[in-house]
Design a protein around this ligand. Sequence first.
Ligand code: LMR
Length: 400
Amino acid sequence: MFKHIAPYAGDPILTLNESFGRDPRAHKINLSIGIYFDDAGRLPVMAAVREAETAMLQNIAARPYQPMEGAANYRAAAQHLLFGAQHEAVTSGRIATVQTIGGSGALKVGGDFLQRFFPASQVWVSDPTWDNHRAMFEGAGFAVQTYPYYDAATGGLKFSEMLAAFGALPEQSIVLLHACCHNPTGVDLSAAQWAELIPVIRARRLIPYVDIAYQGFGDGIDEDACALRALADAGITFFCASSFSKSFSLYGERCGALSVVCPDAAQAELVLGQLRATVRKNYSSPPTHGGQIVARVLQTPALRAQWAAELGAMRQRIHTMRSRLHAVLSAKLPGRNVDHFLTQRGMFSYTGLTPAQADRLREAHAVYVLRSGRMCVAGLNSSNVEATAVAMAAVLAAQA
Ligand code: LMR
């Protein structure tokens, strides 16, 4: 019955992470998947999360089905973190937010909603983007195209080409944007560049779909949300998929949200209704536990402050690793500009390694980066950063 089914070729991120798990070499280093590890190479349980969860376990509550849109306290907490509790879009009730199964679940629910109500639109993603974006939007029934973004020559942004491309898109094109900590390149728009892009989005009547999976890992919790707030300030109607996987180190709990910023509260109510319908058709309603941990942390002032401090330390540790990597690489590769490791933001950097060089790094040195050249800087630590830099320098020098 199933003989005609093609074998699954695997996923460029998840399958590589599985291969890492099977690699018997003791000195192996995992810089493949977007997961934050601490300086001891462990996946952390944040103290604020532990405290909130411990308190929840003191008073184990009954677990009815959640509403299709998820828990009200979680939805409010997510909205406040993204936009600021006092933002006019929040206080006027013009944002429809649903709790989703991770940021991926948000992308999918929003994708299905858009396919239903804007079936003639196409989706435009940055070149490059997170490997799964294309698959998710194609899975929702859209044709997916790319717009210019990463400049391999400089390790920076092709901003003027991007701006020109946006200016030429058909009306109601869906443009997938990363709010901060661009995955996979680490190259973000500055606040000034967002200020230039937003009028083009408005003039072309585009539909921004902003992915924010790394809030707090770039420049700060509020700083990383500046693009969302600028879009909302400008009165743009847009979609936002957000995730607490990384910022709460709660990957497997699948805590995400989809927020649709609408022109007014009446339209937000209509959108919320159809998002509820979309969720019901997909998986009926989201799970309880992880979302309640997040809501408790964000809505308890002492826990929230503790969480923000912990996240700040994670962000700082990534900056330190960037500097140490940069120091060794610039010493070992004189004449080669490696400053992009310092300027890129968040968990990822585009190393400039070719697929063949990434293979060599893995096979000869047991250092795992994606074949696209993406490295997860958050997998570096005091014990492996030197070895990683030395191995990368050797591979880059050999095939230069
Ligand atoms: C990544 O980009 O590595 C993470 O977002 C994990 C994933 O699901 O791909």
